[in-house]
Design a protein around this ligand. Structure first.
Ligand code: ARG
Length: 634
C-alpha cells in the first residue's frame, strides 16, 4: 500500500531520494499534485532565498493542463520582486535533469511548470490504482477516521429538500434535493458523520386552509383512489375561493399605508370573517391539539411522506429524519421568546412580537416572531429548531440548502442567534442558496405529483437512440437503464448550472450525449468497463507500459486525473458542484482522444488497462459524488 514507506519506495524508483518535507496544509499522501507542489517548493527554496512555506503557497494548479501542471506566482514567492528578474533567475538555476519537472516556462508574473511526461505515468498510475475509490479524498480525514470510532468524526447536519406538504413539489425543492444530497455525499466522503434532515413545511396557515377546503371539497372516495392528488386538488379549490378575500385584505392594507392611518381596521374586519376566520380557527384548533384537526393533519403529513419517500428513492436520495415545522416543540419556542424578551431584542407591536433587524446591525427588515393572532411564525420555529438540533446532535456544522427566496429569512435567523449571544452556534450555520425559476407547473400542469417530474425525464430518454445510435446501443435499452439514464441526465442538468445562475427544470434538453451530460458520462463509464473486460492484469507493469503512457494523449489524460483531488478540495470549500462537471467535460474529452479512430480495436496492453482503470476510478468516483450510479453497478 501507498503509505509513507510505499511512497518513499515509489519515489526512489523515480530517482527522487525521499518524499518532500511535511508542509503545513499539504496532503502528499492523498494528493499527488500536492506531493509535486511540495517537492517544487523545496526545490525553489534551494535555488533562491525564500521561505519554503511561502514557496508552497505561491504554487497553484492551473485549471487547464495546457497551462502547466503547476504554476508559481512570482510576486507571492518574493513580495515586491521584479517578476522578470526572479523568473530569469529561477529558469537559469533550474536543474535540467530534475526527475519530476521539466524546466519552467515564464509567462508574465507566472512560471509554468510541467511534469516530465515519463514521470507522469510512473507516479500517477500506482498512486490511483492503490487508492481506488478513496483517491481524491483527504486520507487524513478519511482512512484514519474510518478506522476510528464513529464518535471521533465531526458531525454535520445537512438540511435539504424541505417541500411544503399542501402544495406541489416545486423546482426549488428539486434543486435543493439534488444539491443537498450532493453536499451530504461530499461531506461523507471527506470523513464527516452526516445527518440528513428534511424539514417539511407541514405546519401553519396553509395546513389550516387545507382543513377548511377538506370540509367543503374532500371526498373519501377520491382520497382512497389518489390521496396526494386529491389533497392538491382540494387545496387548489379552496385557494381559488380564498383569493378574493386575500385580495380585499391586501387592498385594505395598501389603502391604510397610502392614507397614512396607522390602524388597519378595515383589514382586521375583513380577516375576521369568511374563509379567513375559518382558517384561523382551524389553525388555532391545530395548535391547541384538537383531536379531529390533529388527526387530519397527521393523515396529510403521513401520506405525503410516504409519497415523497418513493420519489426520493427513485432519485437515490434518503433522509435520516423527516422533521418539519410541526415537529418543533412549543416549549422551546417559548424559551426562545423569553430569551428575546430578556435581552430586549424583541418588542410588542400591535399585539405581535417583532424584531427590528437594524437594532442587530442587519439590513433585513422587521422580523416577526409571533403574529397578532398569537401564532408562532416560520422564523420562531426555525430559531427553536436550531436549539433543539444542537441539543440533540451537538453538531459541528449545519448546512441549509434553500433557494435564495429564503435569504432574508436566514439572515434574520443567524443575526438573531448572534444577538442572543449564541455566536458560537450561529457560526456553525451556513445557508447554501441557489437561484431558480420554477416552471414546473407550466410543464407538468397544476396538481402534479413529484413522480411526474421523473416520468417526464424518462419519457425524454426515448430519443437518445436517434441522437447517437451507437452510444445508445452500447448502453442498452432495459427499463432499469432508461430510469437510470433519466436520473443521470436530470442530476447533471441541475448540478452543472452554477448555484447563483437562474435555472429552470427543462426536460426538452435532457436527451443528449453532449460532453459532460448524464447519458454521456454513463456512456464513458460503460465503455471503460467494456474495454476492461478481459483486459490483462495491471499488477506488474513493465518499462514499455509506462513508456507507452508517456505519449501525449495518454499522459494528458493522466495529468487531468492528477487534478482530481484538487477539484474535490475546491468543491469542498465552495460547495459548488458545477466545478466537478466542468472537470468531467475535460476528462471525457481527453479520454475520447485516447480512444480515437482505430485505437479502439487495438489490443488492450497492460499499460492501457492501467490507464483505463485509473480513468474509470476517477470518472465513477465523481459520478457517485454527483449521485449517478454507474450502469454496471445497477
Ligand atoms: N419549506 C420552505 C420552502 O419551501 C423551505 C424550508 C427551508 N428550511 C428552513 N429551515 N427554513 O420555502
Amino acid at each position: 500500500t501507498l503509505d509513507f514507506n510505499g511512497l518513499t519506495q515509489l519515489l526512489k524508483g523515480l530517482s527522487v531520494s525521499r518524499p518532500p518535507v511535511e508542509l503545513t496544509g499539504a496532503t502528499i499522501l492523498s494528493n499527488p499534485l500536492d506531493l509535486c507542489r511540495s517537492a517544487l517548493a523545496e526545490l525553489i527554496t534551494s535555488l533562491t532565498e525564500c521561505d519554503v512555506q511561502d514557496a508552497y503557497k505561491s504554487i497553484q494548479w492551473p485549471n487547464n493542463i495546457f497551462n502547466g501542471d503547476l504554476s508559481i506566482t512570482l510576486p507571492r514567492l518574493r513580495p515586491g520582486c521584479k517578476p522578470a528578474e526572479l523568473s530569469t533567475e529561477l529558469v537559469d538555476k533550474f536543474p535540467k535533469d530534475n526527475a519530476l519537472f521539466d524546466p519552467p516556462l515564464p509567462e508574465g508574473v507566472h512560471l509554468r511548470v510541467f511534469l516530465k511526461l515519463e514521470t507522469v505515468s510512473r507516479l500517477l498510475v500506482p498512486y490511483i490504482l492503490d487508492r481506488k475509490r478513496y483517491y481524491g479524498f483527504d486520507v487524513s480525514n478519511h482512512i484514519t477516521n474510518l478506522a476510528s470510532k464513529e464518535g471521533d468524526r465531526k458531525k454535520v447536519i445537512v438540511e435539504f429538500s424541505s417541500p411544503n406538504i399542501t402544495s406541489e413539489f416545486q423546482g426549488k425543492h428539486l434543486r435543493s434535493t439534488i444539491i443537498g444530497a450532493f453536499i451530504g455525499r461530499l461531506y461523507d466522503s471527506m470523513g464527516w458523520d452526516v445527518t440528513r434532515i428534511n424539514y417539511l413545511g407541514d405546519w401553519g396557515k396553509p395546513i389550516a386552509l387545507l382543513r377548511v377546503g377538506w370540509s367543503k371539497y374532500g371526498s373519501d372516495e377520491a382520497y382512497e383512489a389518489d390521496p396526494v392528488g386529491h389533497l392538491l386538488e382540494v387545496y387548489h379549490k379552496i385557494e381559488e375561493d380564498f383569493k378574493p378575500e386575500q385580495d380585499a385584505s391586501r387592498q385594505a392594507r395598501d389603502d391604510v399605508a397610502k392614507e397614512g392611518k396607522d390602524e388597519g381596521e378595515a383589514q382586521v374586519e375583513i380577516e375576521s370573517r369568511g374563509i379567513f376566520a375559518e382558517r384561523n380557527e382551524a389553525f388555532k384548533k391545530l395548535e391547541d391539539g384538537e383531536e379531529d384537526t390533529v388527526a387530519f393533519w397527521k393523515r396529510v403529513r403521513d401520506v405525503n411522506i410516504e409519497n415523497y419517500t418513493k420519489f426520493y428513492e427513485r432519485l437515490g436520495v434518503r433522509f435520516d429524519e423527516y422533521s418539519g415545522e410541526s415537529q418543533v416543540t412549543p416549549e422551546v419556542m417559548v424559551e426562545v421568546e423569553q430569551m428575546l424578551k430578556d435581552k430586549k431584542i424583541s418588542e410588542e407591536s400591535g399585539g405581535a412580537w417583532i424584531v427590528h433587524m437594524q437594532t442587530l446591525g442587519a439590513k433585513a427588515g422587521t422580523a416577526i416572531i409571533r403574529d397578532r393572532s398569537g401564532s408562532s411564525t416560520y422564523l420562531l420555529r426555525d430559531l427553536a429548531a436550531v436549539l433543539e438540533r444542537s441539543r440533540k446532535y451537538s453538531f459541528d456544522k449545519m448546512i441549509y440548502i434553500v433557494a435564495s427566496d429564503n435569504s432574508v429569512h436566514f439572515t434574520q435567523l443567524f443575526k438573531i442567534l448572534e444577538g442572543l449571544e449564541l455566536k458560537d452556534l450561529a457560526s456553525k450555520l451556513q445557508h447554501v442558496k441557489f437561484s431558480e425559476v420554477s416552471k414546473m407547473a407550466a410543464i407538468l400542469g397544476k396538481g402534479y405529483k413529484p413522480q411526474a417530474i421523473l416520468d417526464k425525464c424518462e419519457e425524454a430518454m426515448a430519443s437518445l437512440s436517434e441522437i447517437d445510435g451507437d452510444k445508445a446501443t452500447l448502453l442498452g435499452g432495459a427499463d432499469q437503464t432508461r430510469e437510470s439514464l433519466a436520473t443521470s441526465a436530470l442530476l447533471v442538468q441541475e448540478l452543472s448550472t452554477r448555484s447563483s445562475s437562474t435555472h429552470a427544470f427543462d426536460p426538452s434538453t435532457l436527451a443528449s450525449f453532449k460532453l459532460g451530460s448524464g447519458p454521456d458520462l454513463q456512456y464513458w463509464s460503460t465503455k471503460l468497463r467494456v474495454l476492461l473486460t478481459n483486459a490483462p492484469s495491471t499488477e506488474e507493469l513493465g518499462e514499455e507500459d509506462y513508456q507507452a503512457l508517456a505519449e501525449e494523449d495518454q499522459a494528458n489524460l493522466l495529468r487531468v486525473l492528477a487534478q482530481y483531488p484538487e477539484v474535490v478540495n475546491a468543491t469542498y470549500l465552495s460547495l459548488e458542484p458545477s466545478g466537478i462537471l466542468a472537470y468531467l467535460v475535460t476528462l471525457t474529452e481527453l479520454l475520447s482522444e485516447c480512444l480515437g479512430e482505430g485505437e479502439e480495436d487495438a489490443a488492450v496492453t497492460p499499460g492501457l488497462a492501467a490507464l483505463y482503470e485509473a480513468t474509470r476510478i476517477v470518472l465513477e468516483s465523481s459520478m457517485k459524488l454527483l449521485g449517478l450510479t454507474p450502469l454496471a453497478d445497477l
